[in-house]
Design a protein around this ligand. Structure first.
Ligand SMILES: [Fe+2]
Ligand SMILES: [Fe+2]
Length: 479
């Protein structure tokens, strides 16, 4: 590409790929915003160098870079050193006559500016989403040093640079639509640190250590998938710049979940193979019960990210047309959700009882239910792997009430099947359900890097295919 501007006929928006900050929002026409973001850029690069992948910043990594929007042909693949990655600001093209698609303002023109009365709420939504992006990069920063293969290392770095781009996406909205407070929030996004007791990241799942590859795969399977559902709900937003931003982020997010889903499937496959040979531990594999405990841990923490089951915020955001349901336009014909009732089990007087909740107040739970259905598909794929390898054991999702720290079930104890139990019973059975220190140490003891082209660690099976038509034994990272 030689032109400094490529006009994309399909989307009729201009890709400015060679600006200091690549973008398709005509940044050069808004000098004030451009200056503000160019001021933020070096701070971002400093953050990346300090908190991004440790030890591989000067290596050539075969990465995809967004060069267009839309689902076809939007990415360019080549070797790049991560600090030179072209992070940019890309939104899906605007829809002519976009309308608010749900809530009290259903059918009115979409908001091109932040509605005044929802300014604080909307800023909070964007900051909370934005905070998860750098947080995950921080959580994963040491994993390159124990990668099971160069293929996996490349996927890790791909996820990392794209989380960095997602941070850019949210920072663009903060700078572009929230003035002074937005700029302050954008600075704070580079100041908090995952797991730091003094300045932690906002959401708990993003302060949990992600220091081995089983954690990484479970995180990208379950926690990135929460991101998919949050972004999908925001992609429906009546605040159009947010909707268009999230729509494009979802295009990138699919690969992150692919990494987690296939990663855990490959671990399960290798474990099943080793089970045929003898004792999995003696053979240096990860026993199925440890895989199950990691699933329990990350699934339950990821459920918390959806917020309380009964939530006036969710009702307000929906009413205002800011945050919709999953596939609001495709899946529903009635978009005000005013008269419906949602039935929910809640704890009352030490027992589980049914409570009727106005649907608008239960929208976090509605979104969480969609998420659980999606996770179940992953479990079915892994169980098919076990079946194909001749095993009758099965992996499963714990009940959504299990091990919760947010919402109606926080502060109560449930077993893995969702039965209310005493705190004492939970504590005594916890080692059956959640990774123990010994489990974590065992998994960590297997994490030795494999840096040779085409080689793979013993505890995981190779992928079914490489990336973008390249074979598994392609040199994905030049060390
Ligand atoms: Fe992300
Ligand atoms: Fe992601």
């Amino acid at each position: 590409m030689e032109e400094s501007e490529i006009s994309n006929q399909k989307s009729a928006i201009t890709m400015n790929l060679y600006d200091r900050i690549p973008n398709n929002v005509n940044l050069s026409e808004d000098k004030k915003l451009q200056r503000a973001l160019e001021k933020w850029l070096p701070n971002y690069i400093d953050w990346w160098r300090e908190m991004g992948p440790d030890g591989f910043q000067e290596k050539d990594v075969w990465l995809r870079t967004a060069v267009d929007v839309g689902s076809e042909g939007w990415a360019h693949f080549d070797y790049v050193k991560m600090p030179d990655y072209r992070w940019g600001i890309f939104l899906e093209p605007p829809q002519p006559d976009a309308k608010v698609g749900f809530g009290d303002n259903y059918g009115r023109p979409a908001y091109q500016e932040v509605p005044g009365e929802f300014r604080n709420a909307l800023r909070r939504i964007i900051v909370t989403q934005g905070d998860t992006e750098p947080a995950s990069v921080e959580q994963q920063r040491l994993l390159g040093k124990t990668c099971p293969s160069l293929y996996d290392m490349r996927n890790l770095f791909q996820v990392n640079v794209e989380e960095g781009r997602h941070l850019w996406a949210m920072v663009y909205l903060l700078h572009g639509y929230f003035g002074r407070d937005g700029r302050d929030e954008a600075d704070a996004l580079l100041e908090r640190r995952s797991g730091n007791p003094d300045k932690p990241r906002i959401l708990e799942a993003f302060n949990q250590p992600c220091d081995d590859w089983l954690n990484f795969f479970a995180f990208t399977m379950f926690t990135d998938r929460d991101g998919k559902y949050q972004l999908s709900a925001l992609a429906e937003s009546g605040f159009e710049p947010l909707a268009r931003t999230c729509q494009f982020m979802l295009t990138e997010e699919a690969h992150h979940m692919f990494v987690g889903d296939t990663g855990l499937g490959r671990v399960a496959r290798r474990t099943a193979q080793l089970m045929k040979e003898g004792d999995v531990r003696e053979l240096g594999g990860i026993p199925l019960d440890i895989i199950q405990k990691y699933i329990n841990f990350w699934f339950s923490y990821s459920l918390d990210l959806f917020g309380g089951e009964i939530s006036s915020n969710s009702a307000d955001f929906f009413a205002a047309g800011l945050k919709g349901r999953y596939k609001e336009q495709d899946q529903y014909s009635e978009h005000t959700a005013t008269n419906e009732i949602f039935n929910l089990a809640v704890v009352e007087d030490g027992e589980l009882k049914n409570r009727e909740v106005p649907l608008r107040n239960a929208l976090n739970e509605v979104l969480r239910t969609e998420y659980v259905k999606d996770c179940e598909k992953g479990l079915a794929r892994w169980n098919k792997v076990l079946n194909d390898e001749g095993r009758s054991e099965r992996l499963f999702l714990p009940h959504p009430r299990f091990h919760r720290h947010v919402g109606e079930y926080a502060g109560h104890s449930f077993d893995i099947a969702g039965n209310l139990i005493s705190k004492e019973e939970f504590e005594s059975r916890k080692p059956e359900w959640l990774p123990t220190i010994e489990d974590r140490e065992y998994v960590r003891s297997l994490m030795h890097p494999v840096y040779e082209v085409g080689k793979i660690a013993n505890w995981i099976a190779p992928p079914a295919a490489g990336i973008k038509g390249k074979p598994f034994d392609f040199e994905y990272v030049r060390l």
